[in-house]
Design a protein around this ligand. Sequence first.
Ligand SMILES: [Zn+2]
Length: 428
Amino acid sequence: MLRWKQRLIALLVVVMLLAGSVVGLAAGTAKNVIFFIGDGMGLAQRTLLYYYLGHQPVMNQMDVVGLYTTHMADGYVTDSAASGTAMSTGIKTYDGAIGVDVEKQPVRTILEAAKAAGKATGLVATVRISHATPAAFAAHNESRDNYEAIMIDILENEVDVLFGGGKAICLPQELGGTRKDGRNLMNEFAARGYTIINTPSELGLATKFPVIGLFTPSDMTPEIDRDPVQEPSLAEMTRKAINLLAQDEDGFFLMVEGSQVDYACHDNDAARAAAEALALDYAVAEAMAFAAKNPDTLVIVAADHETGALAIGKQYQFDPLTLRRIRASYGQIARVVEETGDLVGTVKEYTGIELTEEEIARIENADSLARGITDVLNDRVGVIFGSGDHSATMLPITAHGAEAELFGGVYDNTDIPKKIAEAMGIEF
Ligand SMILES: [Zn+2]
């Protein structure tokens, strides 16, 4: 009897040890990571999107919520390059740095680490693909303004899927580009085996990676003014990127930037900001649909900084119905007014608002037509922008799927890539 009891205890110990090792193995189950960055998208912008939609967007309905700080090595209010580098490399660096430390030395990025682990990689953005945020994941340069060199880094990194704007920086001047070194990087991408696509309809032609699709010479058109025949939506680009990258049996790392929440808030354009955040949310929905079928996928939605010091509510008033009715960027409305000379009719057409005499006078007396229209429309909606620049407020991050629980709590932007590496179980 004693022997049986001893054997039973020994068996139980073995079972418990096995169970323990299985629990231990649980870290690193995220085979695929889809990392969304809303440029300039703080808590106020995510709240604005909630009221704009009338219900919580997908990005605000995820399992895990965290908060993080974004200060950089040489200041509290970060730019996109330093924050992008913090989120790609895990180090604090200086204003304008792309994938380099304060000594201007290159630091390995999470995209590069994922690639070294055999995973496919992708970058999707609605600005130039050589712009600060995507660049921080696949380039190393002392300055975000060195677009020519940054684009060569992205080429040499052989990122498997590249979708966004910025074809001009890939072409020499004689072909309508802006490169001064005479190189034709589109030809060089083709020589490396890339499928090159130019229009939304051509997205369907790409059946395998590597693929590059740069749909505009520079930044893409603001979502609220976009022509869907000329330029794909962020969701279309994201869906295609996921479909292609998922062909890699080792999994993938994809960074998707909703790039222009930032531009909208620099311009203090609440309607454009809401539309950009919504476009990002549709892209997040694509990732969530993929994650539903592929539970070894981690989806994260974060930001690089807040832009505009946006406050929702002015003198206890906020009117999301008015916000929803605005169907062009404030800048586009100003351009049409300049062309037609018809302020009242144009504002009515694009916003449904009948300007009062007082509002007309305010617009006519403003520093510029765009400034006047911006101030009047934001007053009607009931939002205040504290500045036209970035702010240092902590940012919300939401996560869903494999290892999502790593992203709960309060931490720093430099912790994010370390958590991603842990989630993927890769060396970083
Ligand atoms: Zn930014």
